[in-house]
Design a protein around this ligand. Structure first.
Ligand SMILES: C[S@@+](CC[C@H](N)C(=O)[O-])C[C@H]1O[C@@H](n2cnc3c(N)ncnc32)[C@H](O)[C@@H]1O
Length: 279
């Protein structure tokens, strides 16, 4: 297949049919979120999960990752557990479960049902095909930077060493961010452009994953691209993208968002964003 016609395009179709035409080991990273257990209506399209997962394994490069953002429906007072079943299936077909991350919502939708705590997060499973080839970690400031911890020592739990042996160094300026990521949903100006889709990613969530797991020039796929957030973020960060969605309306919305960004030539924002990430 001539892949160039798909590169930097939004393709309307069932992702399984489209992915079947892709060559092996093509994609550096996938960032996607599938329809969650019929939690929302996406115009009634079916979702063949296992076949899609198999295709994702085949087309992912060695060391590439799939970021799978997912949640469960609650049916008859019980969560379905579909997200865990899917994670275990990805492992069964050869992916590593590299990390289980949490997408924490700063402004969750209030829950009507009173006998449980308000659901405020979704899973972000990171699957890798072998050892992850790219990780550009986001760093955050240490709370106690520079503090000398007199008398405090390290323990090496991974080696099973419980004895305190080595003196700790002063606390560093920065450390790698934790794996619970917090975002405001649907309120930022750039996210408002996705109105018309029931479940878009926050743009900053997409940028954070893409900058973490890929490099400029890499190919980023979203096989269920909806309003096109992954593709837009990939473009902003200098990656190539392929978006696929079964809905004509969502493909049009994604194309509009991408073209708005391209036309406005928001290069300044792009450069500033890249500077911020590499600082
Ligand atoms: C959770 S939404 C993705 C939202 C997206 N992350 C965004 O930022 O807008 C899931 C999407 O999967 C699409 N979809 C469902 N079944 C599909 C299939 N078989 N092939 C391609 N897309 C599909 C739906 O139309 C919907 O837009």
């Amino acid at each position: 297949m001539e892949m160039n016609k798909y590169r930097n395009n939004i393709i309307e179709g069932n992702c399984l049919d489209v992915l079947c035409g892709f060559q092996d080991n093509l994609v550096d990273m996938t960032l996607t979120s599938p329809p969650y257990d019929n939690l929302r209506s996406y115009k009634g399209f079916v979702f063949p999960f296992e076949e899609i997962a198999n295709e994702l394994y085949r087309i992912t490069k060695d060391g590439g990752v799939v970021v799978w953002v997912v949640n469960d429906a609650t049916i008859k007072c019980s969560e379905t557990g579909t997200s865990f079943k899917q994670a275990l299936y990805f492992k069964e077909i050869g992916f590593n479960l590299h990390d289980t991350m949490i997408f924490q919502k700063k402004n969750p939708i209030p829950q009507i049902y009173k006998k449980r705590y308000n659901g405020t997060f979704e899973y972000m499973f990171i699957f890798s095909k072998g050892v992850v080839k790219t990780h550009n970690p986001i760093k955050i400031d240490c709370l106690h930077a520079g503090l000398k911890l007199n008398g405090t020592t390290y323990k090496n739990y991974s080696r099973g060493e419980q004895t305190r042996s080595k003196m700790a160094k002063p606390v560093k300026k920065q450390k790698i961010k934790g794996n619970i990521w917090e975002y405001v949903v649907g309120k930022n100006k750039e996210d408002q452009d996705a109105k018309g889709h029931p479940a878009p990613f926050p743009c900053s969530l997409a940028r954070d994953h893409i900058s973490s797991w890929s490099n400029p020039g890499d190919l980023v796929l979203d096989p269920m691209s909806g309003s096109g957030t992954t593709c837009l973020a990939a473009l902003q960060l200098g990656r190539d993208y392929i978006g696929i969605d079964v809905s004509h309306d969502y493909c049009e919305l994604a194309k509009q968002r991408i073209s708005k960004f391209s036309q406005n030539g928001d290069i300044f924002q792009n450069v500033e964003m890249q500077k911020k990430r590499s600082a």
